[in-house]
Ligand binder design. Structure first.
Ligand code: HEC
Length: 252
């Protein structure tokens, strides 16, 4: 008799435990709209289990209606491209922390690599996005080239020849902006210059760059910029004529 009471008590606890288990993980859920042409590839079933395993967030995929975010053609943050169309993630519910986790994963290195590694019949299904033209357009719209010219001179001009204004004052071994401008991927390099050597050791972009290594002497004259100021510099750089081997550095 006592044993049965014990058994029933035990079962009740066990059942409650099982019931509580999924309830807890179900609270970490979000919804994602994925356009049918992407769903049809099967990538959703490939990538989302990997995400859920890593972050404990379950994702309900819908193909229409309300969702916290959408993976759609020309979405805000481009993730991959297929057949010449860029697909990206647009977040609708900024207050959904689980969508934020998904967005960070999907638009970050790991998520992108997972999606690009998806194969069907041994063939990659998606390509890395082509974003240069789009970014260039955005930069021209957003940055203020006139302000950028002043900033380039004050923040970069002690090492780089940034244009006619300091043609005689750069450091000879440092590439001029005109030379950098002649590279196909100049835009990516400028947008990320703070991560490219030698800049990390002396560049501060609040909320973006990591603090300097405390075990090393701090830089004597750090370059401090906001992202907005960097956009201005990039807009200015877009107006610099690319260097042409053999002709003098020119800019307008
Ligand atoms: C203290 C000197 C110094 C300052 C200040 C400086 N740079 Fe540089 N930068 C360099 C040197 C040196 C290189 C060449 C590095 C190399 O060849 O590996 C370089 C290279 C670059 C490159 C190409 C990087 C690559 O790896 O492709 C970009 C883009 C760039 N700088 C942008 C900037 C911008 C924008 C600023 C100002 C906000 C700036 N730099 C300020 C020294 C400087």
């Amino acid at each position: 008799m006592d044993f049965f009471r014990f058994l029933i008590g035990f079962l009740a606890v066990a059942v409650a435990g099982v019931a509580a288990g999924p309830a807890v993980s179900q609270s970490k859920t979000t919804t994602l709209l994925v356009v049918p042409e992407v769903q049809d590839t099967g990538v959703v079933k490939f990538m989302l289990p990997r995400f859920t395993l890593k972050h404990g967030v379950r994702v309900t995929v819908v193909d229409e209606g309300d969702a916290s975010g959408s993976l759609i053609a020309d979405g805000d943050t481009v993730v991959f491209s297929r057949g010449g169309t860029n697909y990206g993630l647009t977040v609708h519910d900024m207050d959904d922390p689980h969508m934020a986790t998904l967005a960070a994963w999907m638009t970050g290195d790991v998520g992108r690599r997972t999606i690009l590694s998806f194969k069907k019949d041994g063939q990659a299904v998606f390509e890395a996005p082509v974003v240069v033209a789009e970014a260039e357009e955005a930069v021209e719209l957003e940055g203020d080239a006139a302000r950028g010219a002043d900033l380039a001179l004050s923040a970069c001009g002690r090492c780089h020849v940034v244009g006619e204004v300091n043609r005689m004052n750069g450091i000879g071994s440092t590439p001029s902006f005109a030379v950098l401008r002649s590279l196909d991927d100049w835009l990516e390099r400028f947008l990320a210059f703070y991560a490219l050597n030698p800049h990390p050791s002396f560049t501060i972009i609040p909320d973006v760059t990591e603090p300097f290594d405390e075990t090393r002497p701090s830089p004597i004259s750090p370059v401090t910029l906001t992202l907005e100021e960097l956009e201005n510099i990039v807009a200015y750089t877009a107006t610099v004529d690319p260097a042409d081997l053999g002709s003098p550095i020119a800019h307008q």
